[in-house]
Design a protein around this ligand. Structure first.
Ligand code: FAD
Length: 302
């Protein structure tokens, strides 16, 4: 892992900066990749995406919450967002990080919160994705998912291709709707691949496996090499278009997003919004140091 990547990942975990940033409003160019700080501005962006044939997965930003009060507030905000999806009649579902609704405070309390959310979403016929966070939270996230799957079918999660255990986890979740990603956190060589080439190879392997399994596949990447290989594979194997989609993050490769939707592929954009934008934005800078230009330009133009 390069020095720059480690640097931004460390910044993303800085508690003082995370809480300070909530008071700043969207700064450092984050407005390019975060769809505003409130439901109104987020909905505007989602409607624009829908007009281009693109669906949205909405992330009411927040993570690494340390108190029950904050977790309850986050749950209430998520429930309001679900209601807004219903009221506005937009084509969208939600992505949720379990640490935002109390995983670090008390896993049983977190389970109650996510049950309330998934149940409300089921009533609206809205899908809930459990985002995958760092390795320390992986097993707990899968355990909670498995409890939810006993009662609900509108829930799924993410498999990170950099982890050695990814293939085994994928195998156990054959029937489940999964988002497949390369992985965004800094993980140790004991648990994860470190070389880009190896991660890419494993990523493509997992995509092919899940495309041939019953569960729906969300291929979440900005990597055009991977996308081209997936296109060739689905053609060769006659994989039906309704069994998978591509996903990218809001503000990234916007033209390519529209082009893939125009080509007839199902497409979902990950739309983060809210005041808790800081850690999300730092991880995006870590992934793609070119994005630092966004941050620097915004500083110079102020
Ligand atoms: P990279 O390996 O970053 O890029 C590969 C190549 O693609 C680059 O070399 C470049 O040629 C090209 N490229 C990439 N970005 C651009 C760009 N903006 N403009 C032009 N060319 C570009 N991670 C998690 O750990 N948990 C999650 O729950 C999670 N959810 C995600 C949801 C979505 C919708 C997406 C898109 C990503 C998510 N991630 C998540 C992040 C993911 O794990 C990767 O860290 C992130 O997507 C970067 O990897 P990549 O596949 O986009 O390609």
């Amino acid at each position: 892992m390069g020095v720059t990547r480690s640097f931004f990942i460390a910044l993303s975990k800085n508690q003082a900066l995370n809480s300070g940033a909530k008071r700043w409003g969207l700064k450092l160019g984050a407005g390019k990749v975060v769809a505003g700080t409130d439901i109104k501005s987020m909905m505007q962006s989602v409607k624009e995406l829908n007009a281009n044939g693109i669906s949205a997965t909405i992330d009411n930003l927040g993570e690494f919450v340390q108190t029950k009060e904050e977790a309850t507030q986050a749950k209430e905000a998520i429930l309001k967002t679900l209601e807004a999806i219903q009221v506005h009649g937009v084509n969208a579902h939600m992505s949720i990080k379990l640490t935002q609704i109390g995983l670090d405070v008390d896993p049983d309390f977190c389970l109650e919160n996510i049950q309330e959310i998934v149940s409300a979403a089921a009533n609206y016929d809205i899908f809930i994705n459990l985002d995958m966070e760092d390795y320390d939270h992986l097993q707990q996230t899968l355990d909670i998912l498995n409890v939810l799957l006993k009662e609900y079918d509108n829930v799924g999660t993410v498999i990170q291709a950099y982890l050695y255990r990814a293939e085994k986890d994928l195998e156990n979740l054959k029937n489940v709707r999964l988002r497949l990603v390369k992985g965004a956190y800094k993980e140790s060589p004991e648990v994860s691949l470190q070389e880009k080439k190896e991660i890419d190879e494993n990523y493509l392997k997992l995509i092919k496996l899940h495309l041939q399994a019953p569960g729906y596949t969300s291929i979440a990447t900005h990597d055009h090499h991977i996308i081209e290989q997936v296109k060739a594979f689905v053609k060769e194997e006659n994989i039906p278009l309704h069994s998978f989609e591509f996903q990218m993050l809001y503000g990234f490769r916007t033209e390519m997003q529209k082009d893939l939707a125009k080509e007839g592929f199902a497409f979902t954009t990950y739309v983060p919004f809210g005041q808790d934008w800081y850690a999300y934005y730092m991880r995006r800078l870590a992934e793609r140091p070119q994005n630092i230009n966004l941050a620097l330009k915004s500083l110079v133009s102020k």
